[in-house]
Design a protein around this ligand. Structure first.
Ligand code: NAD
Length: 296
């Protein structure tokens, strides 16, 4: 059983690290916030004193942090992972960040003979708790094979999609499809409601056809019942689409629908809705039509 250092015990990292503990791994945990560290320590994990200390005590070091700046601070910064990690150890960054940052961090790891994988996840808190996340991995296949048994304790689908950065490119592709799906659903339901139709009847009529999707099944009932409790927050999805647009610009690719969705998310954040579920993208379209999608 590998010894694992786990850094970042937020909504996702806390249940993911609990699953590693349940599977019998020796775990050292660290977060800048003490409360989740104390909870994991009560469940049998050891406390790390810093990112450096946590890395020094693991063969595999997992990070699950909000975005690129936090990942750079935790891995490359003062008292960071690279000050403690032993040559031959493996850093697995499971945060959703820019693929360009993954490549920068991987190069810094390589200079210290430390391996690196980017391995962002899809599925949200419920799947983090159940250990059934979809995990998309970028890196060398021999390193992936060493880490795969650990990732399989946290996810039911674990896929190597290419070299370092490929995990985050795949995650960004996922986030583009989800955001544009929600926005299209919003336009469709606003139109149907303005036409005097019951949106629930429309949803049930189309869900078995070509427009049916996991996104539609998960998000249409939330919109119709006006339940925007997160799930996945608007501000995190805005961050993902911003990273998608930055990556696209570096490759001279235009993503017009992604840009539009990102602007809607930004406007919703400025409207105080950043902590609502991303299904609240619909409220942007409702606002333009002066109508609310709800059961008649
Ligand atoms: P979160 O904000 O709940 O947790 C992040 C944790 O990192 C916090 O506990 C914070 O204190 C800690 N942290 C920040 N900087 C640190 C540092 N320098 N050193 C140590 N700890 C530090 O975020 P989350 O919802 O758990 O998301 C984590 C990542 O997973 C994000 O990239 C997010 O986009 C992605 N993700 C989230 C979901 C979701 O539904 N929440 C789903 C899929 C992917």
């Amino acid at each position: 059983m590998s010894q694992i250092g786990f850094i970042g015990l937020g909504i996702m990292g806390k249940p993911m690290s609990r699953n590693l503990l349940k599977a019998g791994h020796k775990l050292v945990v660290y977060d800048v916030t003490p409360t989740p560290v104390a909870e994991l320590a009560a469940a049998g994990a050891e406390r790390g004193e810093s990112c450096r200390d946590t890395a020094a005590r693991g063969d595999i070091i997992v990070t699950m942090l909000p975005d690129g700046p936090e990942v750079e601070a935790a891995i490359l910064g003062t008292a960071g992972v690279l000050e403690g990690a032993r040559p031959g150890s493996i850093v697995v960054d499971m945060s959703s960040i820019s693929p360009m940052v993954s490549q920068k961090v991987a190069a810094a790891c390589a200079a210290k003979a430390v391996e690196f994988l980017d391995a962002p996840v899809s599925g949200g808190e419920p799947k983090a708790i159940d250990g059934t996340l979809a995990i998309m991995v970028g890196g060398k296949s021999e390193v992936f094979e060493k880490v795969r048994p650990v990732l399989e304790k946290m996810g039911s689908s674990v896929t190597l999609t290419g070299p370092v950065g490929a995990g985050n490119v795949t995650k960004l592709a996922n986030q583009i499809m989800v955001a544009c799906n929600i926005a299209a659903m919003g336009e469709a339901l606003v139109l149907a409601t303005r036409a005097g139709l019951d949106p629930e009847v429309v949803f049930n009529a189309v869900k078995g056809g070509l427009a049916g999707s996991t996104v539609l099944n998960a998000k249409a009932p939330m919109v119709i019942s006006r339940n925007f409790k997160p799930g996945f927050r608007i501000k995190l999805h805005q961050k993902d689409l911003r990273n998608a647009l930055l990556a696209a610009e570096s490759m001279k690719v235009s993503l017009p629908f992604t840009a539009l969705a990102q602007q809607m998310l930004m406007a919703l954040m400025n409207d105080g809705k950043g902590d609502l579920d991303h299904s609240a993208i619909v409220t942007f379209i409702e606002h333009m039509a002066g109508i609310e999608v709800k059961k008649s």
